[in-house]
Ligand binder design. Sequence first.
Ligand code: ZN
Ligand code: ZN
Ligand code: ZN
Length: 402
Amino acid sequence: MNLTNNQKFSINHDPIKGRCLIANETIYTGEIIFEELPLVCSQFLWNAECKYDACQFCLTPLETAEENVTRLTKEQIQLPYVEQCCQTNKSKHINCSGCGQNERYCSIECCQLAYEHYHQLLCPSRSKELENNLNKLCDLWKSIHYPPETASIMLLVKILARIKQDPTFIEKLQQFSSNIIVEQTDKLVHILCGDKFHEQIEILRQIVSEIFSPNDEILQPFLTENGFKSLLAIIGKNGQGIGTSAFSQWAKNCEQFLANNPEELDKINQLTDSLFDKLDEISGCFLNNEGSGLYELQSCINHSCQPNSEVCFLKNNFILSLKAIETINQGEEITICYLDECWQNRSRHSRNKYLQKNYLFICQCRKCQQQINDPDVTSDEEEDSDLQSNPDDDDDDAMNCD
Ligand SMILES: [Zn+2]
Ligand SMILES: [Zn+2]
Ligand SMILES: [Zn+2]
C-alpha cells in the first residue's frame, strides 16, 4: 500500500521491460519518492531462531538498543541517552492471546492486523495438528535454506492465509506473477531452493496443503505442483529484503539528538564506531532482524547498475522508503540496483552473468552501455567465478566478496 499522497511518478508499461516507474516531475537527491507498506512480510526463520527479536507483523525490534548490542557483542554493554534515543517501548509489546510467546508484536495494532490478515488461520493454538505441521514446515525450510537467507516459506504460507481470509487478495498477487513468464518459474525455484531439493519442494507442498486442507476450493490452484512452484517463484523474484536494528536506530537518533552538541556527538560516534567494530568481530554481517516482504510499487522498479534511487527502511520497520540518490528528471525512469555494493563494482561481464543467473535478464543500463566494449573478463578472481557454469556454485562467489 502506497503511503505517499503526492504522486511523483507514474507506472508505465514498457514492451520489453514490462512495468516501470517514470518520474512525473524533477526529483532531487535525497528526496523520498514514496513510502510503502508490504502486502505481506515475514522474518527469516534462521534469523528468528538465532534470537533476533522482532515484531512478527512489522519487524520492529523488540529488544532495547542495549539488549541488542549486548547480545551481539556477548558483553554487558551500557549505552548513554537510551531514554531519549532508544525507541523500543516494552510497555506496548503484546503476545498473541492464543499462542503466546510464539508470536510477539510491538503493539496491539500489529497484533490485530496480523490476526485480520493471516494469524486467525495460522495461530498454532487452533489445533495440535496445525502446530505440528507449522513446525515441520519451518524445520524443513531451515534444512533447505541456510543464511544468508533470502526468503522464508512463511511468506508463502501467509500469502495463502491472506487469500483464504480475503479472496480479493488474489488480484494483488497477480501483479507479482505478471512479470514472470512460465518458462522462468522452474529457474526461479531452482535459484531459491537449489537442484538437490526437488523432492523436498514436493514435501513442502504436501505440508502446506495439510495446513490449509488440500481440497480447499479457493486455494486449490496454488496447491497443485505448478501453482505451488509459481508461488515460490513470486517470493523468489519479488521478495524485498528488510532489515531492522535497535542499536543502529539508537545511533541514528543520537546523531539527531546531539546535532547541536558536536563535542558530545563526537564521543558518541567514537563509542558507536568501536561497538560496530566489536559487532563485526563477534557477529560478522548478521546484525539485523531480517526478513522479506512483497511490495506492490517496489516490484515495478527496474534494475540499473548505476541506479538513481535506493530502497531504505528509515522507520526501522517494514515500511519501505524509496530515496532519490541523484537528481531524476521529469520523464526519466526511476531505477534501483538489485546487486549489492560488491557486485555493483564488478565488470559488466560479471554483473550480467550474475543478473542473468539470479534475475534472468541481461542489463542494458547506461553503465552497461558505456562499458559495452570492455573486455569480457577483467580479473583472475572474476575469471575463476566465470568458469563455474553451475548456478548453484554462485553462492560461493557472493560469499567471497569483500
Ligand atoms: Zn509491529
Ligand atoms: Zn497465535
Ligand atoms: Zn547494467
